[in-house]
Design a protein around this ligand. Structure first.
Ligand code: BES
Ligand code: MN
Ligand code: ZN
Length: 490
């Protein structure tokens, strides 16, 4: 997998600055205040930083902005990256400064002079998150990415504070890699293997194969994979870091490794983007990885449905009626509305098997959520105000966009079927809400539940706050914080 760049922490050593051959980063306040190490860089460069301040260039910078001085005289460095950051910066500002550095860094070595930075661990996480590139399917890419060293005060303390943050970055990278992989490489079998490999981190992993899914009665999930040569699977990851017997939080993910639409075939233009239709499962797997790496003191179970939606002579037809594990029958009007068929069975299974304290499902479920919210915010649907609020706070704290959408029985009429208990689509109007209403039928009233429609946020065509264009890993940080804030206290 793509691992985050190596970051080490050491005491400030001013005499090490002049000879460093990569990029050197200095921090400067909005008023143009230089700290001790920035003053050393200023002296070495015969006042370049002072000239920058005097020119008014620094006054125009906002926290998180970066200006590069290339090939500075008086230093061995290739560049000096000047980053604007206030002395009393908050977490998100420090992380933003790191993001700017991670972007500028490329493959170069980086020495960040953060001796007087208040939250160097957050700067480190920002660097790690942004310095991502999916190179697994390139042959010519030379893989050497030079490391980051940060001069800080109290390096041992900073290192300890940075460890869980870098664990989360590794979880985010795991998700981005999965989402970036093409479907001929990330088959259902390969996905299950990558999940099983996380046993080495202390996760308990179980993979349910088709015969087992059949005996459990998961007729909806299985119907999605009928047309594919790849076997449908359900992978379960358990992290038991909490008190024995405490009901777990359940994370449920849609893992459609490729969505052609099935017999209700999608148009050719843009169909290649449907390699990301396993994004929900990717976020669940990445979150479980982060929780295991930082040894979270909570019980969490991740369950993902891994299937491929293909047309063939064995594929489900429009008009077919399938039976869910819960027992309800579903008329498949459109085989392209397959995500809800996958989720309904694993959500039911999760509640039957794990009696979760709460449940969150993630899915690249509807194109309609992109029409509603674009690519900056995921749709948040919930049957529980308190739980929903807690999640929205977690997402906000992590800078991951999320927006509360409505659920209402008024939309249920749209799912009425003439011949079965329900149909799988409700028409064009309110497409994301009818999808959520469909899922709600498989949630018990006493289980706090959130449905996250991440079709717009899982993979994007322009860079985001933390990621280059492509797979974002949206949701790993918010869910990790939800676990930390709501399940690890006490
Ligand atoms: N995987 C798609 C949703 C999607 C669209 C994800 C664009 C990412 C980007 C989902 O399975 C789907 O096809 N949904 C249909 C539902 C419709 C048939 C009711 C849609 O949104 O068009
Ligand atoms: Mn579809
Ligand atoms: Zn889909």
């Amino acid at each position: 997998m793509t691992t985050p760049v190596t970051i080490t922490f050491a005491e400030t050593d001013l005499d090490h600055i002049a000879g460093f051959e990569g990029r050197v980063a200095v921090f400067i306040t909005e008023e143009g205040k230089l700290d001790l190490s920035a003053r050393r860089v200023n002296r070495l460069t015969k006042g370049a930083l002072n000239r920058m301040i005097d020119s008014g260039a620094v006054a125009k910078m906002k926290p998180g902005d970066l200006t590069t001085l290339n090939w500075p005289a008086g230093m061995a460095a290739k560049a000096v990256d000047v980053v604007c950051l206030e002395r009393n910066a908050k977490t998100d500002e420090a992380r933003k400064a790191g993001v700017a550095l991670g972007k500028a860094k490329g493959k170069d070595a980086l020495l960040a002079l953060a001796g007087q930075v208040r939250r160097p661990e957050d700067v480190a996480q920002g660097i790690a998150l942004r310095a991502y590139k999916f190179t697994a399917r390139k042959t010519a890419e030379d893989e050497v990415v030079e490391p980051v060293s940060m001069m800080v005060s109290k390096p041992a303390e900073v290192e300890a504070a940075a460890a869980p943050l870098l664990a989360v970055a590794e979880g985010v990278f795991f998700t981005r890699d999965l989402v970036s992989e093409p479907a001929n490489h990330l088959t259902t079998t390969e996905f299950a293997k990558r999940i099983s490999d996380m046993k080495s981190l202390g996760l308990k992993v179980t993979v349910l194969e088709e015969d087992k899914l059949e005996s459990l009665g998961m007729g909806c999930l299985l119907s999605v994979g009928f047309g594919s040569a790849s076997p449908s699977k359900v992978a379960i990851m358990e992290w038991n870091g909490g008190k024995k017997g405490d009901a777990p939080l359940a994370l449920i993910g849609k893992g459609v490794v490729f969505d052609t639409g099935g017999i209700s075939l999608k148009p050719a233009a843009g169909m290649e983007d449907m390699t990301m239709d396993m994004g929900g499962a990717g976020v669940v797997a990445g979150t479980m990885r982060a929780l295991a790496l930082r040894k979270a003191k909570a019980n969490v179970v991740g369950i993902v449905g891994l299937v491929e939606n293909m047309p063939s002579e064995r594929a489900t037809r429009p008009g077919d009626v399938v039976t869910s594990m819960k027992g309800d029958t579903v008329e498949v009007i459109n085989t392209d509305a397959e995500g809800r068929l996958v989720l309904c069975d694993i959500m039911h299974y999760a509640q039957e098997t794990y009696k979760p304290a709460a449940m969150v499902d993630l899915a690249t479920l509807t194109g309609a959520i992109i029409i509603a919210l674009g690519h900056d915010k995921a749709g948040v649907f919930s049957n529980d105000e308190e739980f929903c609020k807690t999640f929205l706070k977690s997402a906000e704290a992590e800078g991951e966009g999320a927006w509360h959408m409505p659920l209402d029985p008024a939309y249920d009429d749209l799912l009425k079927s003439n011949i079965a208990d329900m149909k799988n689509v409700g028409g064009r109007a309110a497409g994301s809400i009818t999808a959520a209403q469909f899922l709600k039928r498989f949630v018990r009233d006493d289980v706090p539940w959130i449905h996250l429609d991440i079709a717009g946020t899982a993979s994007v065509k322009a860079e985001t706050a933390y990621a280059p264009k492509g797979a974002t890993g949206w949701g790993v940080m918010a869910l990790n914080r939800l676990v930390a804030d709501a399940y690890e206290q006490g």
